[in-house]
Design a protein around this ligand. Structure first.
Ligand code: PLP
Length: 391
């Protein structure tokens, strides 16, 4: 196909071209004005600072419908910090991984902590490990939504409510967009930079009563740096769970987190957040069903993520190419759309199979995703032409 025979650019453009999987798009209508009440230049230990930090904790619990007996802390190091705190202070030994972030937690437990008696249950990109093989009487580490493969757990059915072990769940790209079954989980982590469109740097660590019990009864064999310490004299350190953070947070980020949570409450809470995200997935699924060149990376429809929507290119002329040539196609699509100002940051994750990753979390308006879809067709044609690939 010659350049002149290429389809014209679609008429509509997404109002907001930010489709990154983290940091994710700010909520609709966000501007810097939202931060004007930030407690800047004040101590985070002053009344005003502590109240704002406690507000983030309380609002998060309410919006997420977290059971009253769970504890929630703001911790350093974004989601990574929260997961690492759990891994270093608890005992994850059955490790589930189906993409890059889950694999990262496996590396930590196996190569850094060197825990004995570890079992790793891994699956290829697009799949889930066989959950029937997991022994939930052991402590399990899993990532609810694999952000780099777009594969999520459909529900918590495989996890027994009366298990002996703890379930440590990295839920950073699931919280606020998916229904988390609190009775099936013991440690849940996320960061502000994902579904509510907040900023990076701060993590949230939620603990069930059984996780607290474990923390108070188990002393790891290794020294713990101050930023990982959750207990003091054998008891849960109360401070981080009421807004007295271990170290200094950014009060600008805190204000922004409150803004995101207020927005969540205003639009109708968790149900509405989930609905917005599922609508985004449905819009993409409709397009995938009528578009021969593309498919979901997730093999089973019920495991398709509604936040990190990962797509692979299945056009036979492309799949016949070697890996490098295949990877050039989504890269080109992403760069063409970036140049047009239509979509930013939608090339797949660096460790994932080549493809596109489009964020569909709650801050994304479905109308923007719908406006993007014809642009993907446009960019695919143009990429083929520019890369001189057969149509
Ligand atoms: C599943 C998962 N875990 C961990 C992280 C790391 O998060 P952060 O950079 O907020 O620490 C990410 C980031 O995208 C993620 O998607």
């Amino acid at each position: 196909m010659t350049a002149s025979a290429l389809a014209p650019t679609p008429g509509l453009r997404p109002r907001n071209p930010n489709f990154s999987s983290g940091p994710c798009a700010k909520r609709p209508g966000w501007s810097l004005e939202a931060l004007q009440d930030a407690a800047l230049g004040r101590s985070h230990r002053a009344g005003i600072g502590k109240a704002k930090l406690a507000d983030v904790i309380e609002r998060s619990k309410r919006v997420l419908r977290m059971p009253a007996d769970w504890r929630l802390a703001i911790v350093p190091g974004s989601d990574t910090g929260a997961v690492e705190m759990a891994l270093w202070t608890l005992r994850g030994v059955d490790l589930l991984a189906w993409e890059s972030f889950g694999e990262g937690w496996v590396t930590d437990v196996v190569k850094q902590l060197k825990l004995p008696d570890v079992r790793t249950l891994q699956a290829a990109y697009g799949e889930l490990p066989d959950l029937a093989q997991v022994d939930f009487d052991r402590d399990v580490v899993l990532t609810w939504n694999g952000t780099t493969s777009g594969v999520r757990l459909a529900d918590g059915a495989a996890i027994p409510a009366d298990r002996q072990g703890l379930v440590i769940c990295d839920a950073t790209s699931a919280a606020f967009a998916m229904d988390l079954p609190w009775d099936k989980l013991d440690v849940v982590t996320w960061s502000w930079q994902k579904v509510l469109g907040g900023e990076g740097a701060h993590g949230m660590l939620a603990l069930s009563p059984r996780a607290v019990e474990r923390l108070e009864s188990y002393t790891p064999a290794w020294p713990l740096p101050k930023v990982f310490r959750l207990t003091s004299k054998g008891k849960l350190a109360e401070g981080p769970f009421k807004g007295e953070t271990i170290n200094t947070p950014s009060m600008l980020c805190v204000e922004d987190a409150i803004d995101g949570l207020r927005w969540a409450e205003e639009i109708g809470g968790l149900d509405k957040l989930i609905e917005r995200s599922e609508n985004n997935l449905a819009a993409v699924a409709g397009w995938v069903a009528r578009t021969p060149w593309v498919d979901f990376l997730a093999v089973r429809p019920e495991t398709r993520s509604c936040t990190s929507i990962c797509l692979r290119i299945v056009d036979p002329a492309i799949t016949a190419l070697d890996d490098e040539a295949q990877a050039a196609v989504p890269k080109k699509i992403a760069s063409l759309l970036e140049k047009e100002g239509v979509a930013f940051d939608i090339n797949g994750y660096r460790d994932a199979p080549p493809g596109l990753r489009i964020w569909g979390g709650a801050t994304i308006d479905t109308a923007d995703l719908e406006a993007l879809l014809p642009w993907l067709d446009w960019a695919f044609d143009r990429a083929r032409s520019e890369l001189k690939l057969a149509a």
